[in-house]
Design a protein around this ligand. Structure first.
Ligand code: SF4
Length: 354
């Protein structure tokens, strides 16, 4: 997926071509506005890559993008953000109609950081998998009832163990539906590659999964490394070179960060994530999860489940402890506050240990 601003046509064409040259079979681009959609039409003219569009909130933009791309991904968890008076069923019917008219495929992309609230409320807060599964199954059922067949599904979480379980449970119920695999917000290499590898090894070795994406937090010029990592994992699995018995250190520091995209609120995001990694090295052996997210799309949800969370605003960073917002801090202030909060947690851990 391109992490450049979609309206920056030069940069996005260059990144799309670089990803395709590195071996990406499909390149995804975020579209949130008419301006993005207009830029996309020009990007389409200037790149050979197979293009897919990531729609989050404004599902109606499918009218502008379906004629120029091969696939559209929508997020069931964000359909209620636009025209809340309309049901999700009406919106999916509209998406399927326009996609069908333009011979465009659809991906139903469920993400742990933005699950349909109506599904989440039905289950115990500790069960994050059942609402994801039910959301995906309901959307499949509706698309089937509409006679729309060119769709696939993704069920992404930042925890590889949950990715394995939710995709296995989905494949057991709908073995006929193609699955796009990914560990979302996997973070920076090498940890992000290892997390992804563990999930892919467990699923692909069982014949689960049709397409993959390795989501890594990388500066734009290194975005193509996602493709190299994905191809290497597939090659290794095919050759039987697997590592899945490795315990990913439930006891250690777990750093979650998104791969960035056109929606990133501030270009300093990747650097901030790298600085957090450096800053928190001293707590590497402590069972703490820290999430660093680029914007409000998955930021609030993903940081809710972390011990400490940062999600970016245009000129400030939201700092959270679990679900509690501690405040908004300038980019050059937030690391100091993060360290203070981390030290408090470490103190609590040492106090709780006999
Ligand atoms: S959290 Fe925001 S910036 Fe990060 S990948 Fe998701 S949409 Fe893009």
């Amino acid at each position: 997926m391109c992490a450049t601003k979609t309206t920056d046509i030069e940069a996005t064409v260059a990144q799309a071509n670089a990803l395709a040259a590195a071996g990406a079979d499909v390149v995804r681009i975020a579209v949130d506005s008419r301006r993005d959609a207009e830029a996309l039409a020009e990007i389409r003219r200037r790149t050979q890559a197979n293009l897919s569009v990531d729609l989050q909130e404004n599902y109606r933009l499918i009218c502008d993008v379906a004629p120029v791309v091969d696939k559209v991904r929508y997020n069931p968890g964000h359909l209620d953000h636009h025209e809340p008076q309309r049901s999700w069923q009406e919106k999916v019917r509209f998406l399927a109609e326009v996609a069908g008219e333009n011979d465009c495929a659809i991906r139903v992309g469920v993400n742990c950081g933005s699950v349909d609230p109506a599904k989440r409320e039905k289950y115990d807060p500790s069960d994050s998998i059942s609402p994801m599964l039910e959301s995906a199954l309901d959307h499949c059922e509706l698309l089937d009832s509409l006679g729309f067949t060119r769709y696939c599904v993704s069920l992404k979480d930042s925890d590889p163990a949950k990715v394995i379980e939710v995709n296995r449970r989905f494949a057991a119920q709908r073995p006929d539906v193609p699955l796009h695999l990914g560990v979302t917000e996997a973070g920076m290499p090498p940890e992000g590659v290892l997390k992804t590898r563990i999930a892919f090894e467990q699923l692909i070795s069982r014949g689960i999964g049709d397409t993959i994406r390795v989501s890594l937090t990388l500066p734009n010029p290194r975005k193509h490394e996602e493709i190299a990592a994905g191809r290497q994992i597939l090659e290794d699995i095919a050759a039987g070179r697997v590592r899945s018995v490795v315990d990913f250190g439930r006891g250690g520091l777990n750093l979650i960060s998104c791969p960035s995209c056109s929606r990133v609120e501030n270009e300093a995001f990747v650097e901030l994530a790298e600085q957090v990694k450096e800053l928190t090295r001293y707590a590497a052996d402590r069972p703490i999860t820290i999430a660093v997210m680029g914007c409000r799309v998955n930021g609030p949800g993903e940081t809710d489940d972390a011990d400490l969370g940062l999600w970016c605003g245009p000129n400030f960073v939201n700092l959270k402890r679990g679900g509690e917002l501690l405040g908004r801090f300038a980019y050059d202030e937030v690391l100091g506050r993060l360290k203070e909060e981390l030290d408090k947690i470490l103190e609590d851990i040492s106090r709780s240990r006999p």
